[in-house]
Structures are given as structure tokens and as C-alpha cells.
Design a protein around this ligand. Structure first.
Ligand SMILES: [Cu+2]
Length: 154
């Protein structure tokens, strides 16, 4: 009896923290990435400059493999920060463009920075969770200047 009360309380605390806080990273991400048809991958390029994302908003399909290229064509460094979105997809890898650079594999991360004058980062993932996610540049006042968008996964 005492045990079940403790379990109930623990469950309530857990569910409260899930609603209030960030979503958990996608479970089974490795299996989702492995099962995906990468020949059907769609490439989308977002250009960053002073002070905008082009396109500003993205509309993505759940369950689709993507290569999202974040390219800074401006003259300042910029971020493409979408922490909740980055937790809601199954990550294959992040890379800087070939033939130079390299790649990173990780369960998830919070922000991407592309350096001024042509810096680019390529994100390879499969969309999993549906929702509307914020994306901003976190440098100084760039968000208020217009570097503020949405990523919609349907
Ligand atoms: Cu910026």
C-alpha cells in the first residue's frame, strides 16, 4: 500500500516535469535512421544573413529523411538555434561540407552556428515528433531584428 502511494507521487512528479520542461530526445533514433530510405532524402537550404532566415519558416513532413543546410551568406556570425526541434528528430549526423571539414554524431544538441561569409553546416535527420518549434539566432538583438522563425512538422 505504502509502495503504491510512493509510486503514484513519483509518477505525478515525473509527468509534471515532462509537461513543464523540455521534451525527451527521440527514443530508438538509431533504428529510425537505419530504417529510413535515404535515397528519398529531401534537401532544404536555409540562408542566414543580417537579419533573417530564408526561408523564415519551414514546413516538414513527419517520418521523412532530410538534409538541412544552414548557410551563412551574411557578414556576421549567426546561430540557428532550435533546441526543441533538435530534440524531436532522429539524428543521423551533422557535417561541414565535403571535401574539407568533418562530421559529428550525437543523440541531440541545442544550437548550430554558421560562420560569416559562407560558413555552412549540414544537418541529416529523420523528422519524428509533430509540432511547431521555434528557431532563433541567439546573438545580441538578432532575434528582434528578424531572425525568428518556426519549424512546423506535420
Ligand atoms: Cu544572428
Amino acid at each position: 500500500m505504502r509502495m503504491s502511494i510512493i509510486t503514484l507521487v513519483a509518477g505525478a512528479i515525473l509527468s509534471a516535469s515532462f509537461t513543464a520542461g523540455a521534451a525527451e530526445p527521440v527514443a530508438d533514433a538509431a533504428a529510425i535512421v537505419k530504417a529510413a530510405n535515404w535515397d528519398a532524402m529531401e534537401t532544404i537550404t536555409v540562408e542566414l544573413t543580417e537579419h533573417s532566415f530564408t526561408p523564415q519558416d519551414l514546413k516538414l513532413k513527419a517520418g521523412q529523411p532530410y538534409r538541412l543546410v544552414i548557410k551563412n551568406v551574411g557578414q556576421k556570425d549567426h546561430y540557428y538555434t532550435a533546441a526543441e526541434f533538435f530534440k524531436s528528430v532522429a539524428w543521423r549526423k551533422v557535417q561541414t561540407p565535403k571535401p574539407h571539414g568533418g562530421e559529428i554524431k550525437a543523440p541531440y544538441f541545442t544550437a548550430v552556428e554558421a560562420y560569416k561569409n559562407g560558413g555552412a553546416v549540414e544537418l541529416f535527420f529523420v523528422t519524428v515528433n509533430k509540432g511547431v518549434f521555434d528557431v532563433i539566432c541567439t546573438i545580441e538583438d538578432h532575434k528582434d531584428q528578424g531572425m525568428d522563425g518556426k519549424i512546423v512538422v506535420e
